[in-house]
Design a binder for this molecule. Structure first.
Ligand SMILES: C[S@@+](CC[C@H](N)C(=O)[O-])C[C@H]1O[C@@H](n2cnc3c(N)ncnc32)[C@H](O)[C@@H]1O
Length: 498
């Protein structure tokens, strides 16, 4: 069994190399560490990281250590002087998700017990499923999750890591879900996304929701429903007033119901790239299919592993959905073009349907990263240290230990005309922190961000403030009016400071 320590998704973005783990692409295996002091690692945006990822905050509302408005000392002449902000949104694993993961092994042992032989082979089966799911070769059986060895591996390894990812950002999403709303979850597997919604969105637990869980494999849906009910009963003492319907279904085939919210987590990387049609055209076709499942004011939530290919998919779908009238709501802090599109360039091209497309009003040109074949891709990174000990041990047994979790996501919505008018009134400009931190001259730290201006490098003193990947911050003021905007020479990013 391999002894490598794996990171969840890639650090550096090298052409032609897929990396990462979990359902998605395969990471480049790190070379055996040399004895002695570890070398600083390049970050996924090509900078050198000064520090290991900070521990995950369990309470997003709590004040952050070191988060003060005092003036920095000893940080050199170019130290930023702006008042440090409180994040408007932060990613943080939901406490009930951690409680659920604590009791998950016991529940799984009851509902899908493992024989002695299966237990002995569990690490190997997890590894083998991981290799299947992350391989670029499309040799996996279409109903792979109906094989007991594979669904046990999925439930005990992939499901809990996916719950941690999902429950870290779901609480930040503005979901339009009233009583009687319909959610359709595509490629639901063991109902990972509905379970994550229950664990991380207590506000939805009293709503009368209809949730249609679809997958091409029926067996895993049934196991998922039993698991969902057991978790609700153990954690909350009762079931939420949700009507859950399991449906065997292949993406693309029409459903009789229309969704207020259509979700698909870790699904598209399984088949989207099989087609050789140019990315922009494929994205337009997929966006049309997704919108076909929605009500007139519905929303789409796509979640993918945070590898470069998934980031490109998310950026392409963002553009395509937007062009059909469903602009991005999250994580994007603007509706302008995406400044972190990976390999995605344009929706146009030979075969483009040329149909009616919208350009969001007020959409402006953005600053892109310095020209390169593959741009940085939009993804977030959270620490894996909050995971329970049993999950860390099982992951190590499979040779898939993690230090961090990465993911990309997109919530796009067909605007509700009334809500859209209200939103225009409080249109403050924000910035979303993406990358991990890296060292800049004069003892300062930097993180790449997305802002309405485009690709942005946020410069700050880590003695004074503490940011995390996923934070949404008020856009810092640029230089005084009349002076030229500062740019980072290495990356081409706009330079802003806190
Ligand atoms: C990696 S699992 C993700 C399950 C769950 N959403 C999660 O995040 O853990 C992908 C799921 O998508 C399903 N799937 C893959 N291709 C599909 C398709 N074309 N139509 C419907 N389901 C599909 C698979 O059967 C599998 O259950």
């Amino acid at each position: 069994m391999p002894k490598n320590t794996h990171e969840d998704r890639g650090r550096s973005f090298k052409p032609g190399k897929a990396r990462g783990e979990g359902p998605g692409k395969r990471p480049a295996l790190p070379a055996s560490p040399k004895p002695g002091r570890p070398k600083p690692q390049p970050s996924e945006f090509g900078r050198t990281k000064p520090e290991r990822s900070k521990p995950q905050r369990s309470n997003p509302g709590a004040p952050r250590r070191g988060h003060s408005n005092t003036t920095p000392s000893g940080t050199g002449p170019s130290a930023p002087a702006q008042k440090s902000p409180s994040p408007l949104e932060s990613f943080s694993i939901a406490p009930d998700c951690l409680r659920a993961l604590g009791i998950l092994p016991g529940i799984l042992d009851e509902i899908v017990p493992l024989s002695r032989n299966h237990r002995l082979g569990l690490g190997r089966n997890i590894r083998s499923l991981w290799e299947d799911l992350t391989s670029e070769r499309e040799h996996r059986a279409s109903e792979y999750l109906s094989a007991p060895a594979y669904y046990s591996a999925y439930l005990r390894y992939f499901l809990p890591w996916n719950l941690l990812r999902l429950s870290s950002f779901l609480p930040t999403l503005k979901l339009r879900l009233d009583d009687e709303a319909t959610i359709v979850d595509l490629g639901s597997g063991p109902l990972t996304l509905p379970i994550a919604l229950y664990l991380s969105r207590p506000d939805l637990r009293t709503k009368k929701l209809g949730i249609i869980c679809t997958d091409r494999t029926e067996r895993i849906l049934k196991v998922g429903l039993t698991l969902f009910e057991s978790l609700c009963l153990r954690l909350g003492g009762s079931l939420p007033p949700w009507t859950i319907t399991l449906r065997r279904h292949q993406f693309g085939i029409a459903l009789p119901e229309k969704a207020d919210l259509l979700t698909a987590a870790n699904v598209f990387n399984e088949f989207f790239w099989k087609s050789k049609v140019p990315l922009g055209i494929r994205a337009s076709l997929t966006a049309r299919q997704l919108l076909g499942y929605l009500k007139d004011t519905g929303s789409v939530l796509l979640v993918e592993p945070g590898d470069p290919r998934s980031g490109s998919f998310i950026s392409a779908l963002r553009a395509a959905l937007s062009s059909f009238g469903a602009p991005p709501l999250s994580p994007c802090p603007h509706v302008n073009d995406c400044p972190m599109p990976g390999i995605f360039r344009s929706l146009e091209g030979p075969g483009s349907d040329g149909g009616a497309r919208f350009k969001p009003k007020n959409a402006q040109a953005v600053v892109m990263p310095k020209h390169r074949e593959k741009y940085p891709w939009c993804h977030f990174t959270i620490g894996a240290d909050m995971a329970p000990g049993w999950l860390k041990a099982l992951s190590a047994e499979a040779g898939l230990s993690k230090e961090k979790l990465v993911f990309s996501f997109l919530l796009s919505a067909i605007p509700d005309p009334l809500a859209a008018t209200a939103k225009l009134k409080d249109g403050k400009a924000n910035l979303r922190v993406l990358s991990e931190s890296f060292a800049l001259p004069n003892g300062l730290s930097g993180r790449y961000c997305c802002s309405p201006k485009g690709y942005t490098l946020l410069r700050y003193s880590s003695l004074r403030v503490f940011f995390s990947s996923g934070d949404l911050l008020p856009l810092p003021q640029a230089k005084a009016a009349g002076t030229k905007e500062e740019k980072d020479e290495k990356s081409g990013a706009i330079l802003l400071s806190y």
